[in-house]
Write a protein that binds this ligand. Structure first.
Ligand SMILES: Cc1ncc(COP(=O)(O)O)c(C=O)c1O
Length: 395
């Protein structure tokens, strides 16, 4: 097909040309002075994105690696962790905890809401022996489009007077949705390169509090590749204990420049606006947003429920084959029931309108019961919100 593919899954996201060009350079000696400069730039730039003064670690790995690093650096075999079943990704993190020999306990949700801080507080108050060593929450559940209120989760832990560490997955929220590692008292933040940071997959991150660094000293789960301690020494001068993903780091340096040029608050406002426009389209189509709590609506993706008995995967096939538009699929219990619209990363009004137009045409071609006018509703919302509207009459 001619023209550019529309990659509107909720990550990996579109990689801007500027980042592609930044990576298209010769790989350098990762033990030489030019690398040290690059290493220091990205490590300090990331602190601003996580909003932390503390240590940030970069792994050449997908997000799953940073999940594992969070657990193995802080915990010991058989220890109990409290997790919230917000959806597919929270479930995968729980399975990993079980496989690592931890005792993972789930607070269930219906996959249509975020984590409930009151339920976390209740469970922690009942843990009189302090057996729960960590609370793990996915900030933005990519399978459902529901966010969880992390600052309130911290308040709940404090209200219960419980010493558990707080671990948060921001894989599909970092650099898209407001997030504050230090201010919200998060101990370990988990993130990945391929969503809000606009990079290809292949890097993942941990931001680490002082309490979490202290916890590593007693933590007995085996770790080698994922060891924060092994990273700290070389990272201090911009180097890595093993061969880093140098060209992805070139891209990361560029991404950090782009985010700081736009300003993080502007980036978040842009994501909020595109999410609001998307929900207007869904409403106009007469379809249902999966997330049922407006306070938890995700600004990086919207999961849309198909009418009963209509195949979401058939509809996605139609949009791909006709319009070269990739939409996210439903995962595990949501398979074939929802499609997910990614509106995060390097994205603008016309990309959103192209996406929504492709969806609207796809709904028609796949004969999904709906009303026309969703793309138009989004268009009107976006035009009404434009910053540079001029009141000057045509000459
Ligand atoms: C919220 C969340 N957590 C974890 C992961 C797993 O990350 P990865 O696939 O990069 O290993 C994903 C992937 O999409 C995700 O969205």
């Amino acid at each position: 097909m001619s023209g550019r593919h529309f990659l509107q899954i909720p990550g990996p996201t579109n990689v801007p040309d500027r980042i592609l060009r930044a990576m298209d350079r010769p790989t350098i000696d990762h033990r030489g002075p030019a690398f040290a400069e690059l290493g220091q730039k990205v490590l300090s730039g990331l602190r601003q994105v996580f909003k932390t003064e503390g240590q940030v670690v970069i792994f050449p790995a997908s997000g799953t690696g940073a999940w594992e690093a969070a657990l193995v650096n802080c915990l010991s075999p058989g220890e109990r962790v409290l997790m919230v079943e917000t959806g597919h990704f929270a479930s995968l993190w729980r399975e990993m905890a079980d496989r690592l020999g931890l005792q993972a306990e789930f607070i269930e949700t219906d996959w249509r809401h975020g984590a409930d801080p009151a339920a976390i507080e209740d469970r922690l108050r009942a843990d009189l022996g302090g057996e729960i060593k960590a609370v793990c929450v996915v900030h933005n559940e990519t399978s459902t489009g529901c966010t969880s209120p992390i600052a309130k989760v911290r308040e709940a832990i404090d209200a219960a007077g419980h010493p558990a560490l707080l671990m948060v997955d921001t894989i599909s929220s970092l650099a898209s949705i407001d997030y504050r590692h230090d201010e919200w008292g998060v101990d370990v933040t988990v993130a990945g390169s391929q969503k809000g940071l606009m990079l290809p997959p292949g890097l993942s991150f941990n931001a680490i509090s002082d309490r979490a660094r202290t916890a590593t000293k007693a933590a007995r789960l085996p770790r080698s590749y994922w060891s924060w301690e092994a990273m700290a020494g070389p990272n201090a001068s911009g180097f890595f204990p093993y061969t880093p993903a140098t060209n992805l780091l070139y891209g990361l340096a560029e991404a950090l420049d782009m985010l700081s040029e736009e300003g993080l608050d502007e980036v978040f406002a842009r994501h909020d606006r595109h999410a609001a426009a998307t929900r207007r389209a869904v409403e106009a189509w007469g379809l249902e947003v999966l997330c049922q709590d407006p306070a938890c609506f995700s600004s990086s993706l919207t999961a849309v429920l198909m009418p009963e008995g209509v195949s979401a995967d058939h509809f996605r096939k139609v949009t791909l084959e006709n319009f070269d538009l990739s939409l996210g699929n439903g995962l595990s219990r949501l398979a074939d029931k929802v499609f997910r619209i990614g509106h995060l990363g390097d994205f603008n009004d016309l990309m959103l309108l192209g996406t929504l137009s492709g969806i609207e045409m796809g709904l028609r071609l796949a004969e999904v019961p709906h009303r026309a006018g969703g793309a138009q509703a989004a268009l009107e919302f976006l035009a009404g919100e434009c910053r540079f509207a001029s009141g000057v009459a045509a000459q």
